[in-house]
Design a protein. Sequence first.
Length: 256
Amino acid sequence: MLDSIRLQAIEGTFSKEFIECIIIDGGSTDETLDILREYDDVITFWSSEKDKGIADAFSKGVAHARGEWIAILGADDAYLPNAFATILAGAEQYPMADILYGEALLEQEGNTTIVQRALPFSELNLYHSFVCHQAVFARKKVFDTIGGFREQLRYAMDYDWLLRAWKQNFVFQPLPHAQLVRYSLAGASGKHRVKALREMRDIAISVGLNREECYRQFRLSVIKSTIESLMQTMGLQPMIHLYRTRIKKRYAVLQD
Protein backbone atom coordinates (compact mmCIF):
# COMPACT_ATOMS: atom_id res chain seq x y z
CA MET A 1 0.00 0.00 0.00
CA LEU A 2 2.66 2.54 1.01
CA ASP A 3 4.85 1.70 -1.98
CA SER A 4 1.91 2.36 -4.29
CA ILE A 5 1.34 5.78 -2.71
CA ARG A 6 5.04 6.60 -3.00
CA LEU A 7 4.78 5.68 -6.71
CA GLN A 8 1.90 8.15 -7.18
CA ALA A 9 4.12 10.91 -5.79
CA ILE A 10 7.00 9.98 -8.11
CA GLU A 11 4.81 9.71 -11.22
CA GLY A 12 2.92 12.93 -10.58
CA THR A 13 5.67 14.86 -8.82
CA PHE A 14 3.19 15.22 -5.96
CA SER A 15 4.58 16.39 -2.63
CA LYS A 16 3.46 15.79 0.95
CA GLU A 17 1.68 19.12 0.72
CA PHE A 18 -0.45 17.66 -2.08
CA ILE A 19 -0.97 14.11 -0.81
CA GLU A 20 -1.85 13.36 2.80
CA CYS A 21 -1.08 9.77 3.76
CA ILE A 22 -2.71 8.98 7.10
CA ILE A 23 -2.10 5.59 8.71
CA ILE A 24 -4.34 4.27 11.48
CA ASP A 25 -2.92 1.13 13.09
CA GLY A 26 -4.82 -0.86 15.69
CA GLY A 27 -1.94 -1.16 18.16
CA SER A 28 0.24 -3.68 16.31
CA THR A 29 2.96 -5.41 18.30
CA ASP A 30 4.85 -6.84 15.31
CA GLU A 31 7.26 -5.00 12.98
CA THR A 32 4.53 -2.69 11.64
CA LEU A 33 5.78 0.42 13.44
CA ASP A 34 9.33 -0.13 12.15
CA ILE A 35 7.93 -0.37 8.62
CA LEU A 36 5.99 2.87 9.07
CA ARG A 37 9.14 4.70 10.09
CA GLU A 38 10.72 3.69 6.79
CA TYR A 39 8.07 5.70 4.95
CA ASP A 40 8.55 9.10 6.56
CA ASP A 41 8.77 10.60 3.08
CA VAL A 42 5.24 9.38 2.34
CA ILE A 43 3.33 9.39 5.64
CA THR A 44 1.82 12.65 6.86
CA PHE A 45 0.43 11.27 10.12
CA TRP A 46 0.21 7.91 11.81
CA SER A 47 -1.09 6.54 15.07
CA SER A 48 -0.99 3.12 16.68
CA GLU A 49 -3.58 2.46 19.34
CA LYS A 50 -6.41 0.06 20.07
CA ASP A 51 -9.57 0.88 18.16
CA LYS A 52 -13.18 -0.30 18.17
CA GLY A 53 -12.99 -2.02 14.79
CA ILE A 54 -12.74 -1.25 11.10
CA ALA A 55 -15.36 1.53 11.07
CA ASP A 56 -13.67 3.30 13.99
CA ALA A 57 -10.28 3.11 12.26
CA PHE A 58 -11.76 4.50 9.02
CA SER A 59 -13.39 7.39 10.86
CA LYS A 60 -10.21 8.20 12.79
CA GLY A 61 -8.32 8.51 9.54
CA VAL A 62 -10.97 10.75 8.01
CA ALA A 63 -10.92 12.99 11.10
CA HIS A 64 -7.24 13.78 10.44
CA ALA A 65 -7.74 14.50 6.73
CA ARG A 66 -7.50 18.10 5.54
CA GLY A 67 -7.51 17.67 1.77
CA GLU A 68 -10.40 18.17 -0.65
CA TRP A 69 -10.61 14.49 -1.71
CA ILE A 70 -10.50 11.50 0.64
CA ALA A 71 -9.93 7.83 -0.18
CA ILE A 72 -9.53 4.83 2.12
CA LEU A 73 -7.25 1.87 1.47
CA GLY A 74 -6.52 -1.28 3.46
CA ALA A 75 -3.03 -2.48 4.35
CA ASP A 76 -3.16 -5.29 1.77
CA ASP A 77 -4.45 -3.05 -1.03
CA ALA A 78 -2.51 -0.91 -3.50
CA TYR A 79 -3.17 1.95 -5.88
CA LEU A 80 -2.41 1.29 -9.53
CA PRO A 81 -0.04 3.55 -11.49
CA ASN A 82 -1.44 7.02 -12.23
CA ALA A 83 -4.50 6.49 -10.02
CA PHE A 84 -4.24 9.94 -8.44
CA ALA A 85 -3.64 11.63 -11.79
CA THR A 86 -6.75 9.87 -13.11
CA ILE A 87 -8.83 11.19 -10.21
CA LEU A 88 -7.53 14.72 -10.75
CA ALA A 89 -8.51 14.50 -14.40
CA GLY A 90 -11.93 13.14 -13.42
CA ALA A 91 -12.46 16.00 -10.96
CA GLU A 92 -11.72 18.50 -13.72
CA GLN A 93 -13.95 16.71 -16.21
CA TYR A 94 -16.85 16.36 -13.75
CA PRO A 95 -16.66 19.44 -11.50
CA MET A 96 -20.13 18.81 -10.05
CA ALA A 97 -19.22 15.31 -8.85
CA ASP A 98 -18.99 14.73 -5.10
CA ILE A 99 -17.94 11.08 -5.31
CA LEU A 100 -15.75 9.65 -8.07
CA TYR A 101 -15.28 5.90 -8.44
CA GLY A 102 -13.37 3.71 -10.84
CA GLU A 103 -12.58 0.07 -11.46
CA ALA A 104 -10.73 -2.30 -9.16
CA LEU A 105 -8.59 -5.36 -9.83
CA LEU A 106 -9.81 -8.03 -7.46
CA GLU A 107 -7.22 -10.73 -7.96
CA GLN A 108 -4.81 -12.16 -10.46
CA GLU A 109 -4.31 -15.86 -11.14
CA GLY A 110 -1.88 -16.83 -13.87
CA ASN A 111 -2.69 -14.67 -16.89
CA THR A 112 -6.18 -13.77 -15.70
CA THR A 113 -7.18 -10.54 -13.95
CA ILE A 114 -10.67 -10.04 -12.51
CA VAL A 115 -11.90 -6.45 -12.77
CA GLN A 116 -14.78 -5.02 -10.76
CA ARG A 117 -16.42 -2.56 -13.10
CA ALA A 118 -17.47 0.98 -12.28
CA LEU A 119 -21.18 0.49 -12.85
CA PRO A 120 -23.39 3.41 -13.88
CA PHE A 121 -25.01 5.00 -10.88
CA SER A 122 -28.69 4.05 -10.64
CA GLU A 123 -31.19 3.18 -7.93
CA LEU A 124 -31.32 -0.42 -9.16
CA ASN A 125 -27.60 -0.81 -8.55
CA LEU A 126 -28.01 0.47 -4.99
CA TYR A 127 -29.34 -2.96 -4.01
CA HIS A 128 -25.84 -4.36 -4.59
CA SER A 129 -22.34 -3.43 -3.59
CA PHE A 130 -22.24 -1.39 -6.78
CA VAL A 131 -18.80 0.09 -6.24
CA CYS A 132 -15.54 -1.08 -4.69
CA HIS A 133 -14.96 1.32 -1.80
CA GLN A 134 -11.19 1.14 -2.31
CA ALA A 135 -11.77 2.75 -5.73
CA VAL A 136 -13.87 5.59 -4.27
CA PHE A 137 -12.63 9.17 -3.90
CA ALA A 138 -15.07 11.45 -2.05
CA ARG A 139 -14.98 15.15 -1.37
CA LYS A 140 -14.34 16.03 2.26
CA LYS A 141 -17.63 17.92 2.36
CA VAL A 142 -19.47 14.60 2.03
CA PHE A 143 -17.89 13.35 5.26
CA ASP A 144 -18.49 16.72 6.90
CA THR A 145 -22.19 16.42 6.04
CA ILE A 146 -23.04 12.76 6.73
CA GLY A 147 -20.29 11.86 9.18
CA GLY A 148 -18.01 8.86 9.24
CA PHE A 149 -18.64 5.13 9.42
CA ARG A 150 -21.10 3.51 11.82
CA GLU A 151 -19.22 1.53 14.46
CA GLN A 152 -22.08 -0.93 15.09
CA LEU A 153 -21.60 -2.36 11.59
CA ARG A 154 -19.06 -5.15 11.19
CA TYR A 155 -18.91 -5.82 7.46
CA ALA A 156 -20.73 -3.30 5.27
CA MET A 157 -19.89 0.07 6.82
CA ASP A 158 -18.66 1.30 3.44
CA TYR A 159 -21.94 0.33 1.72
CA ASP A 160 -23.88 2.06 4.50
CA TRP A 161 -21.80 5.24 4.07
CA LEU A 162 -22.39 5.28 0.31
CA LEU A 163 -26.16 4.87 0.73
CA ARG A 164 -26.23 7.67 3.28
CA ALA A 165 -24.40 9.88 0.77
CA TRP A 166 -27.00 8.93 -1.86
CA LYS A 167 -29.84 9.86 0.54
CA GLN A 168 -28.28 13.31 0.91
CA ASN A 169 -28.31 13.74 -2.89
CA PHE A 170 -24.56 13.87 -3.36
CA VAL A 171 -23.48 13.39 -6.96
CA PHE A 172 -21.87 10.04 -7.85
CA GLN A 173 -19.75 9.86 -11.00
CA PRO A 174 -18.28 6.59 -12.32
CA LEU A 175 -15.03 6.61 -14.27
CA PRO A 176 -15.48 3.62 -16.62
CA HIS A 177 -12.30 1.81 -17.62
CA ALA A 178 -10.28 3.79 -15.06
CA GLN A 179 -8.50 1.10 -13.08
CA LEU A 180 -7.48 2.67 -9.80
CA VAL A 181 -6.70 -0.01 -7.25
CA ARG A 182 -5.83 -3.64 -6.63
CA TYR A 183 -7.41 -5.01 -3.49
CA SER A 184 -7.34 -8.15 -1.42
CA LEU A 185 -10.37 -10.40 -0.99
CA ALA A 186 -9.16 -11.39 2.48
CA GLY A 187 -11.12 -8.69 4.31
CA ALA A 188 -13.89 -9.27 6.84
CA SER A 189 -16.72 -9.07 4.30
CA GLY A 190 -14.97 -11.58 2.06
CA LYS A 191 -14.47 -14.09 4.85
CA HIS A 192 -18.04 -13.78 6.17
CA ARG A 193 -19.93 -13.27 2.96
CA VAL A 194 -23.45 -14.29 4.05
CA LYS A 195 -23.25 -12.19 7.23
CA ALA A 196 -22.07 -9.25 5.13
CA LEU A 197 -24.96 -9.73 2.68
CA ARG A 198 -27.44 -9.83 5.55
CA GLU A 199 -26.00 -6.62 6.95
CA MET A 200 -26.23 -5.00 3.52
CA ARG A 201 -29.88 -6.05 3.23
CA ASP A 202 -30.73 -4.43 6.56
CA ILE A 203 -28.83 -1.25 5.65
CA ALA A 204 -30.68 -0.96 2.34
CA ILE A 205 -34.03 -1.31 4.11
CA SER A 206 -33.01 1.27 6.73
CA VAL A 207 -32.40 3.96 4.09
CA GLY A 208 -35.76 3.38 2.45
CA LEU A 209 -35.10 0.99 -0.42
CA ASN A 210 -37.96 -1.37 -1.24
CA ARG A 211 -38.11 -4.02 1.50
CA GLU A 212 -39.40 -6.82 -0.73
CA GLU A 213 -36.71 -6.13 -3.33
CA CYS A 214 -34.04 -6.03 -0.61
CA TYR A 215 -35.00 -9.52 0.54
CA ARG A 216 -35.18 -10.78 -3.05
CA GLN A 217 -31.73 -9.44 -3.84
CA PHE A 218 -30.38 -10.90 -0.59
CA ARG A 219 -31.65 -14.38 -1.46
CA LEU A 220 -30.21 -14.16 -4.96
CA SER A 221 -26.85 -12.96 -3.65
CA VAL A 222 -26.67 -15.80 -1.12
CA ILE A 223 -27.37 -18.34 -3.87
CA LYS A 224 -24.69 -16.80 -6.12
CA SER A 225 -22.18 -16.66 -3.26
CA THR A 226 -22.86 -20.32 -2.38
CA ILE A 227 -22.34 -21.39 -6.00
CA GLU A 228 -19.06 -19.49 -6.15
CA SER A 229 -17.85 -21.04 -2.86
CA LEU A 230 -18.65 -24.53 -4.12
CA MET A 231 -16.73 -23.91 -7.34
CA GLN A 232 -13.75 -22.65 -5.36
CA THR A 233 -13.82 -25.76 -3.17
CA MET A 234 -13.85 -27.92 -6.30
CA GLY A 235 -10.98 -25.99 -7.88
CA LEU A 236 -13.06 -24.85 -10.85
CA GLN A 237 -11.31 -21.51 -11.29
CA PRO A 238 -12.10 -21.09 -15.02
CA MET A 239 -15.77 -21.64 -14.20
CA ILE A 240 -15.58 -18.98 -11.48
CA HIS A 241 -14.19 -16.49 -13.98
CA LEU A 242 -17.04 -17.31 -16.38
CA TYR A 243 -19.62 -17.12 -13.60
CA ARG A 244 -18.42 -13.75 -12.33
CA THR A 245 -18.47 -12.11 -15.73
CA ARG A 246 -21.56 -13.73 -17.28
CA ILE A 247 -23.81 -14.09 -14.22
CA LYS A 248 -22.77 -11.36 -11.81
CA LYS A 249 -22.02 -8.92 -14.66
CA ARG A 250 -20.26 -6.57 -12.23
CA TYR A 251 -16.96 -8.11 -13.29
CA ALA A 252 -14.83 -8.50 -16.38
CA VAL A 253 -11.90 -10.76 -17.16
CA LEU A 254 -8.78 -9.28 -18.71
CA GLN A 255 -6.30 -11.53 -20.43
CA ASP A 256 -2.72 -10.26 -20.14
